[in-house]
Each structure stands twice: as C-alpha cells, then as structure tokens.
Design a protein around this ligand. Structure first.
Ligand SMILES: Nc1ncnc2c1ncn2[C@@H]1O[C@H](COP(=O)(O)OP(=O)(O)OP(=O)(O)O)[C@@H](O)[C@H]1O
Ligand SMILES: [Mg+2]
Length: 285
C-alpha cells in the first residue's frame, strides 16, 4: 500500500488569467487533507471551476504551483496522465465532458485507457452504473439524455477510474432530490473507503451538513476557511460572500435562544442530530 502525505493536494499562491480575460485566480493558497470532504463555496465567478481545472492540470498557473502527494505537479504528458488517474475531475457542465457515442462507451473509456482487462473494465462499469442507477441508460446515446442524467453519467465515468481524489464541480446541480440523496450517500460510502472528496456547491445546506472543512472564495481569492459551524455562524463573512445561512444553523440558533438547546452544545449538523438533541431531554426554559 502506498503511504500518502496528510496534505494530498495543495495550491500554493496560484495566479491565473484567461487569455485576454479576467484574472480568475489572484494568489490562491489552500490545502486539501487526505480522506476528508472539502467544500469550496462562493458566489458565481469566484474562481472555483478555474481552481478545479488547475488541480488536475487542465490549466497551468501563471504563477505559484499545484502540489499532489507532496510533489509539484509536472505538465509532461505522461505525468499528467498519471495525475488524472489519481485526481478525477467531474466537470460542472457535463456537455463539456461527455464525448462518446453511448453511455457504456463513455464510462468504459477511462478504465480501458488505464490498460485494465476487459473483464475488470466491465465489472467497474457495471458497479458504477448500478450505484448511480443508470443501468437502463447503458445503450443510450449520451446526447439524448436529460441534463441531470448527463451529470450522473459524467460522474460515473470519473468514478470508474477509481481516483484517490474525486473533485466534483457542483455535483448536485440539476439533480432531483432522490438522485441528490443517492449521490451524497455514494460519496459518503467511498469517502469511508478513504477517497478524498472536493466539491463546489451553491447548496449551503449540503456544504454545512456534509463538508469536514470549507474554503470560501470570492473574486479569485480565498477569503476564509474553517469548520462548517464556524463559517456559517460568521455573519460578516456570509454577507461578504453573499451566502445564506443553512436552515439547521437558523433553527439551531433559535432553539438555543429559546432554551430548547443548551447554549454550550455545538449546533446540530444534520436533521437527525437536531431531532436527537431535542428528544434527548433537552429541557424547555
Ligand atoms: N474560458 C474563460 N475565458 C475567459 N474568462 C473565463 C473563462 N472561464 C471563466 N472565466 C472567468 O474567470 C472568473 C472565474 O470563473 P469560474 O468559472 O472559475 O467561477 P466559479 O466560481 O466557478 O463560478 P460559478 O459559481 O458560476 O460556477 C470569472 O470572472 C469568469 O468570467
Ligand atoms: Mg463554476
């Protein structure tokens, strides 16, 4: 087994401007810890997608560097292939990721390129299709799918590579609530097996409940980072980053004020935790 450093992925003072365009990243530094779930949040245009495209070498910084597993990444073809085997990126827009004729071919492409046996590829493809409930789409042309279906196929194609680090750019946008739940449960499962997960989202409830650690970006810079409870109780930050408060933070704060939750306890992170705290003999005023 390969022993990996605690910081698996790192951006060190990354600067990037699109040709003839905006300075999208203005000295971004952040660290991603192995086997953790990290959320990157912030308003439209903050630079989240641009940063993700640096993490697997699609974009190359104008200044600063990206480090993976303790080493600066190299932009040689072979090194990039190796990086992308370990760091899988699911694009925000599936139409820019999907290219194969049908769903099965799309999901098989990555594992086939890893040189795996046909049997192993078939097994991986079946596994991810079943996990994401897309078996019935197997023979469908990808361009006939709904946007939400394309999102799930794009995710499946990356998952079939079994990356060490899974980066998902707004994984739940366009998904219905059942598919959102399913994907979050699946992420939870693979995270439990040691996969590091990085995701961007505009869903503050998802970020609050699910992330171990949060980076907040605005205008090409990281403006704050910390545990979800701290991020979402920082009123000045929420205003600056144009974020709303998750409903669990809202209700947790109200229940504390009313004396239904002890002031010294931390806020509930899940609906289940909230019910549990309320039922567990927390006394009314
Ligand atoms: N291909 C491009 N060419 C020129 N400018 C771009 C390009 N892609 C992004 N930008 C600019 O870079 C900045 C950061 O964009 P980015 O897509 O990284 O933001 P984001 O945080 O992912 O936003 P969103 O929440 O809308 O997905 C924005 O000012 C955007 O207009
Ligand atoms: Mg984006």
């Amino acid at each position: 087994m390969v022993l990996l450093p605690e910081v698996i992925l790192e951006a060190v003072n990354v600067e990037f401007a699109f040709p003839g365009g905006a300075r999208a990243l203005k000295g971004v530094s952040l660290q991603i810890f192995q086997s953790k779930k990290t959320a990157i949040i912030g308003p439209n245009g903050a630079g989240k997608t641009t940063l993700f495209q640096h993490f697997n070498g699609i974009l190359r910084p104008d200044g600063g560097k990206i480090r993976f597993a303790g080493r600066d990444i190299s932009y040689q073809h072979a090194s990039l292939l190796n990086l992308r085997k370990n760091v899988g990126l699911v694009f925000q827009d599936p139409d820019t990721q999907l290219f194969a004729g049908n769903v099965q071919q799309e999901i098989s492409f990555g594992p086939l390129n890893l040189g795996l046996s046909k049997e192993e590829v078939r097994c991986r493809v079946e596994q991810v299709m079943s996990a994401l409930e897309i078996e019935e789409l197997k023979d469908k042309p990808t361009h006939y799918l709904s946007y939400g279906m394309k999102k799930r196929v794009a995710l499946a194609a990356v998952l079939a590579m079994q990356p060490l680090v899974l980066i998902c750019d707004e994984p739940t946008s366009w998904l219905d609530s059942r598919q959102t739940r399913r994907i979050v449960d699946f992420f939870q499962k693979i995270n439990g097996q040691g996969v590091t997960i990085i995701f961007s989202t505009h869903d503050v409830d998802l970020a609050y409940t699910w992330a171990d650690y949060i980076y907040v970006m605005k205008e090409g810079a990281v403006i704050e980072s910390g545990a979800p409870e701290n991020i979402f109780q920082n009123e000045a930050l929420l205003k600056e980053a144009e974020l709303t408060r998750p409903w669990l933070v809202d209700i947790g704060q109200i229940l504390k004020k009313m004396g239904y939750l002890p002031r010294e306890t931390s806020l509930p992170r899940t609906k289940e935790e909230l019910y549990h705290n309320l039922m567990d003999g927390v006394c009314p005023r």
